[in-house]
Design a binder for this molecule. Sequence first.
Ligand SMILES: Cc1cc2nc3c(=O)[nH]c(=O)nc-3n(C[C@H](O)[C@H](O)[C@H](O)COP(=O)(O)O)c2cc1C
Length: 215
Amino acid sequence: MNYLEDFNWRYATKRMNGKPVPAEALNNILESTRLAPTSLGLQPFDVIVVEDAELRRLLSPAIYNQPQVNEGAALIIFAAWKKISPDKVDAYIKNIAVTRNTTVVALEGFKNMILDSISGKSDDQVFQWNARQSYIALGYAIAAAAFEKVDSTPMEGFNPAEVNRILGLEEKGLSAVSILAIGYRDEEKDYLANAPKVRRPAESFFTIYENEPVA
Ligand SMILES: Cc1cc2nc3c(=O)[nH]c(=O)nc-3n(C[C@H](O)[C@H](O)[C@H](O)COP(=O)(O)O)c2cc1C
C-alpha cells in the first residue's frame, strides 16, 4: 500500500525551494517516461529536460511566470510528434527486429497495420493521438517523482507556440503538450503544502459490477 501513501503525499506543488534533485532520482523519473506504454508502442513524443537555470528563466514568461519554473530543479517537457512519418514507422520496426531478434520482413503485417491506422487520420488527429500517448508518460513521471519523494507540478498552463519557439520544437516536428516541473516544496510559502486532497467520493467516482457470488 506504500504507493498510495506516496500518492497522498504528492500534490501539485505551487512553490519550490530551489534545491537540486539528485541525478539518480531525475534519471529514474525520466526512465519511467521511457517505460510508459503507448498505443502500438510507437512512443510518438519526445521528452525534453531543461535543468539549465538560464533557459528556464527564458521560458518562464511562456509558462505564465509560474514560480515552479525557476524555483524547481528542472522542467520535463512532453512534446508530441506533429506527424508520424513513414521513416519513424520504419525506425520502430527496425528497433523491434533488432531487439527481439526477428526480421523486418516478419514484421510486415504489423507495419502495415500501423500505416493503416495513421492513413485514415488527419494531421491534427494524429497529433492529438500522439499527445494523448504523452499524457500516459506524464502520469508515469508524476508517480515516479512521488516514489522518489521529489515534488512535481504538472502544467498545461503555458503558451505552446512560445515554448516551441524558444526550444525550436516546430523545426523538429514537435509541439509541447505538457510540462512537469520537479523540485522540492517550500512548505512556508506554499499555501497548498498541507491542504487535504480534494477528490470526488469513491461512491460516485466508481461504477463496479461485482462477480455474482458462486452458489
Ligand atoms: C494535465 C494537468 C495540467 C495542470 N496544469 C497546471 C498548471 O499549469 N499549474 C498548476 O499550478 N497546476 C496545474 N495542474 C495541477 C492540478 O490543478 C492538480 O493536479 C489538481 O488540482 C489536483 O490536485 P493535486 O495534484 O495537488 O492532488 C495540472 C494538472 C494536470 C494533471
